[in-house]
Design a protein around this ligand. Structure first.
Ligand code: WTA
Length: 633
């Protein structure tokens, strides 16, 4: 098993980095070990104490109701997450404190205070109401990484509508699937986004995606350049700016039950159809708040920057909810990290004196290629904590991050978690020593294990499946409309949550994540289902069958390779390769486009007709193909 070999190499790395004294001194968590021990003895008591730091309209009657595999947290509690993200701060003297500093590729800056954000959110919330949106209705958001998009998310939460953000890099096919599955009543979009100086129109994609979907009643368009909306567009389209202008800046927050849905976020699974991960209000609020506070060690005057996009869970939890709940100032940035030059990000760290910086290993590896002279140009002495998320960080990238961005004075927190988990699950906290390449320890109250396929605990330094043995507040509650898919997380290995990752732990209990154990590929920190790409390929008239695998890639972590069987009479050609790539781009988006397409006559299958991607991958990488007893021939 390739993973075992990889593990053996990495496990030899015995390095451990002690945090600087100043960081320990100011940290919220000073003694991880003893607090962890305490937390597992009384899980409910632990989370209740955290929840008390937040505002509830009515306190919960019971912390946890665990009816395997369904959990309810803070049962009977009433709150509104936007109240904790906005009103609380405005009431506590932070009306004029900056909530977000937004930057576009031309370095145009826009700041919004907590007071202004609350007003904007309320205006949009009232606008939503005027469009007939009610508690429980779904609203799809297909917008670039901007303050406006965040405000729309919060406006939904304000009135109890369930938002479903769709990453604005997805194309019409992917967008349509998500709007259709959620049966969104309203879709929010912007006229365009910009990347590498190029305008990318979003409205035409939305128009194609909703064609024939009668349940979509309105499309609200943020017409950034004032050039896409006109009378001829018709009644379906609403101008975002006018909607805001005509609405009141006051809107009472909807009283939400702790278990009322907050949002759906689609993520790739092992079938062709993405799953709509559902998060609810109370537990998600509590755990995103508390992990933001303790893992990023946020204090009143901190400037925080998470480089993710609001289209992913990292953006939801650590650009929006968890960060606002802590009332700090954070950056939100639109466009490419290295445009107009590879100094873009570091210039922001210098200019805004960023203290906590959270990004993905793929970005770090990209900057490694540009060379250390880029970060060296800037004064980054404000940095204290560096975070990593989305994929395993290889020790080489870890060291580069530590030396060139952190200048050897920062702490790195490597946070393992998922769309499904809602918030950090495995990491070290800043006061606790970190080990390069290893995510670290279970977060408070969590019991994590590495097991074989029967659920038996494996000895240290052995690769197995990562499972979580106890429920946690921000866990997904179900998959939208597909409870059986939800239950699969908990019955793949009966009794525990099956994360779908391969991992290993060392003699000190540090957990190292090795990658996915299923048919999900992680390209540049983005989850892509092999079956989604295969379906997009098969959808092309020239393609009879397709199989997709992930291959190790120096920068992206993994890249996509597709094996394609053409229909009878169709000749392979380079032109066809390009056409198929374009087809996938149009169906799913740029992130899902295979780097390589190989035309083949046959695909390895089991006797029951399932493609054995494992065999393809082993052949491609020149590895032992392993057990092939189920192979057709
Ligand atoms: C991977 C992103 C190693 C993992 C928050 C997981 C990681 C998937 C890490 C979830 C990490 C995330 N180290 N691998 N620190 N963080 N992953 O749902 O394979 O987009 O299952 O959530 O990313 O991806 P998702």
């Amino acid at each position: 098993m390739a993973e075992q070999e990889k593990a053996e190499v990495l496990l030899k790395v015995k390095e451990k980095y002690e945090p600087p004294k100043e960081i320990v001194e100011r940290a919220w968590i000073k003694d991880y070990e003893s607090l962890y021990q305490e937390s597992v003895k009384d899980r409910e008591g632990f989370w209740a104490k955290v929840a008390e730091e937040l505002h509830w309209f009515k306190k919960w009657d019971k912390v946890l109701e665990w009816n395997y595999p369904y959990a309810k947290w803070f049962v009977g509690g009433k709150t509104n997450i936007t109240y904790n993200c906005l009103d609380v701060h405005v009431q506590n003297g932070k009306r004029n404190k900056v909530a977000y500093i937004y930057l576009d590729e031309d370095n145009n800056e826009k700041k919004i205070t907590y007071g202004e954000l609350l007003e904007l959110v309320n205006r949009i919330a009232n606008g939503l109401k005027s469009l007939g949106v009610q508690k429980g209705d779904r609203v799809s958001i297909y917008m670039p990484n901007t303050i406006e998009a965040v405000a729309v998310m919060l406006a939904c939460a304000r009135i109890g509508a369930i938002h479903s953000v769709v990453f604005a890099g997805f194309s019409e096919g992917a967008l349509r699937t998500r709007i259709e599955d959620a049966k969104a009543k309203v879709v929010f979009t912007a006229s365009y986004t910009k990347r590498r100086g190029k305008r990318i129109d979003l409205l035409p994609t939305v128009e194609k995606a909703i064609d024939g979907l009668d349940f979509v009643e309105k499309v609200v368009v943020w017409d950034r350049g004032g050039d896409v909306l006109s009378e001829e567009k018709g009644e379906l389209f609403v101008n975002f700016d006018e909607l805001i202008k005509n609405s009141s800046p006051d809107c009472e927050p909807e009283v939400m039950d702790a278990e009322d849905p907050l949002f759906i976020l689609y993520t790739s699974g092992t079938t062709g159809k993405p799953k709509g991960v559902l998060h609810t209000t109370g537990g998600y609020m509590v755990q995103t708040y508390y992990t933001s506070k303790t893992v990023f060690d946020l204090h009143e005057d901190d400037i925080f920057w998470c480089t993710a996009d609001i289209g992913w869970i990292t953006g939801h939890s650590y650009i929006v909810y968890g960060i606002l709940a802590n009332g700090v100032t954070s950056l939100i940035v639109e466009g490419a990290p290295d445009y107009p030059n590879p100094g873009r990000w570091w210039s922001y760290v210098e200019k805004y004196r960023v203290n906590v910086f959270y990004t993905a290993p793929t970005a770090i590896r990209m900057f490694m290629r540009y060379g250390e002279e880029w970060p060296a140009k800037y004064d980054m002495s404000s940095l204290r904590i560096l975070g990593s998320v989305g994929e395993p960080i290889n020790p080489e990238a870890w060291h580069w991050y530590y030396e060139n961005i952190g200048k050897g004075k920062c702490v790195i927190v490597d946070t393992w978690w998922q769309t499904e988990t809602g918030a950090h699950m495995i990491t070290t906290v800043p006061s606790y020593p970190a080990k390069p390449g290893k995510a670290g320890k279970p977060f408070f109250t969590l019991e994590v294990d590495i097991v074989d396929k029967d659920g038996k605990r494996l000895p240290p330094d052995t690769v197995g499946f990562l499972v979580i043995k106890t429920p946690w507040p921000s866990m997904l509650r179900t998959c939208w409309g597909e409870p059986e898919r939800y239950e699969k997380y908990w019955n793949t290995i009966p009794g525990v949550y099956f994360a779908g990752d391969l991992a290993s732990y060392d003699e000190e209990g540090y957990i190292m994540i090795l990658g996915r154990a299923d048919d999900v590929i992680n390209v540049a920190g983005h989850r892509i289902g092999t079956m989604e790409v295969e379906s997009a390929l098969v959808d092309h008239p020239a393609v009879a069958e397709a199989a997709v695998i992930g291959k190790p890639h120096e920068v992206k972590g993994e890249s996509i390779k597709a094996f394609v069987i053409l229909k009878k009479g169709i000749e392979p050609s380079d032109k066809l390769v390009e056409e198929l790539k374009l087809h996938v781009r149009n169906e799913l988006g740029a992130i899902a486009v295979p780097d390589e397409i190989e035309f083949v006559e046959k695909l390895p299958k089991t006797r029951s007709g399932k493609i054995m991607r494992r065999v393809l991958k082993a052949q491609e990488l020149g590895l032992d193909v392993g057990d092939v007893s189920t192979l057709e021939d």
